[in-house]
Write a protein that binds this ligand. Structure first.
Ligand SMILES: CC(C)(COP(=O)(O)OP(=O)(O)OC[C@H]1O[C@@H](n2cnc3c(N)ncnc32)[C@H](O)[C@@H]1OP(=O)(O)O)[C@@H](O)C(=O)NCCC(=O)NCCS
Length: 323
């Protein structure tokens, strides 16, 4: 049985750090409020010349280097983003061009904060279906450019960055002991689309728009949706919370992360947390967290790793993989 195995990983962050203290000078908020309600202490903000494509390219190059591969070895690029450089063409073809690739296929995936989970699930389906041998899966975002910097209920939460992995087709035995992706569980429910959305777009206002959110409503649904797809992944693979070596959640809010882990019975020592440093980087948050925990040696070859995300749409999903 063909499995999609992680062969490389990488990340890129903008140069500029914005602390909670700095945000205090922009809107009526405090470091104490932000830390207590969200766990966020700082975020990175893209400067001039830094875009989703430039950050995505840097993350992709780092992942290729770690995989000891070149762009010639890649035949598919999927970029999860809600903040493309242009409405079209896709940020994925922009990155393809920056990498000097003239072959293969490249496209974007739009599932907001669940984008990376959706992109990994899609690349896995292409690989298992024989349409791709090696895929670059990238989450790249510049949410700072969608924020209403006068709205304290949203501007304190988000940041910019990118992360990438290389997935490679490898032969597996078809058991849960295989390396690679063991299952992906995707869900969406558009009835919630107005709880977290951008109030502009090419087909409505002709503008980019700003992020709008009913934070309390999102919070109310998050833990239940996250635990639902994680339990579905357990059921699909015959695994339990005790088998998990690392939970790598989408990094939106420390209280959502802790609440989900607690409900599932996963000890907090097994949860990778980067929201304090990065804020919510939407589709980039999981690959940024993977890069942090695999670079410092926490996530090791053979570890069972659960990815999960929930975001605008609503969309939500999980991926269970053996590193
Ligand atoms: C946004 C969020 C942190 C707000 O926390 P909360 O505990 O729900 O706070 P509330 O919205 O109930 O607001 C409490 C008070 O804080 C105020 N407040 C909101 N943002 C504030 C800020 N940045 N600084 C200070 N006060 C703030 C509110 O105005 C409200 O004041 P009021 O009681 O006088 O009306 C929380 O709802 C959340 O994390 N939601 C999920 C958001 C998310 O993760 N979205 C992305 C999903 S991908």
């Amino acid at each position: 049985m063909i499995r999609s195995v992680v062969r490389g990983f990488g990340a890129a962050l903008p140069k500029r750090v914005m602390t909670n203290k700095e945000i205090e000078s922009k809107v009526d908020t405090s470091d104490e409020w932000i830390v207590q309600r969200t766990g966020i202490r700082q975020r990175y903000i893209a400067g001039e010349g830094e875009t989703s494509a430039s950050l995505g390219e840097a993350a992709a190059r780092a992942a290729l280097e770690r995989a000891e591969l070149t762009p010639d070895d890649i035949d598919l690029i999927i970029v999860a983003t809600s903040t493309p450089d242009n409405t079209f063409p896709a940020t994925a073809v922009n990155i393809q061009n920056r990498l000097g690739m003239r072959h293969g296929a490249a496209f974007d995936m739009q599932a907001v904060c669940s984008g990376f989970v959706y992109a990994v699930a899609t690349a896995d389906a292409y690989i298992r279906g024989g349409l791709s041998k090696r895929a670059l899966v990238i989450g790249a975002e510049t949410f700072s450019r969608l924020l209403d910097w006068t709205d304290r209920t949203t501007c304190v939460l988000f940041g910019d960055g990118a992360g990438a992995i290389v997935l490679e087709a490898q032969e597996g035995a078809g058991t849960k002991a295989d390396r690679g992706i063991l299952t992906a569980q995707l869900r969406s429910d558009g009835a919630h689309r107005e709880k977290l959305y951008v109030d502009g777009g090419p087909s409505t206002t002709g503008t980019v728009g700003h992020l709008r959110m009913e934070g309390r409503e999102v919070f109310k649904h998050a833990v239940g949706m996250i635990t639902d797809v994680i339990e579905a992944a357990f059921e699909a693979t015959g695994t339990t919370a005790d088998d998990i070596d690392w939970l790598v959640p989408h990094q939106a809010n420390r209280r959502i992360i802790d609440g989900s882990a607690k409900k599932l019975g996963i000890p907090l020592e097994k949860v990778v947390v980067t929201v304090d440093l990065h804020g919510n980087t939407s589709a980039a948050s999981i690959p940024l967290a993977l890069d942090a925990a695999a670079s410092d040696g926490r996530i090791k070859k053979g570890d069972l790793v659960m990815l999960e995300a929930m975001g605008g749409g609503f969309t939500w999903g999980s991926v269970l993989l053996r590193w």
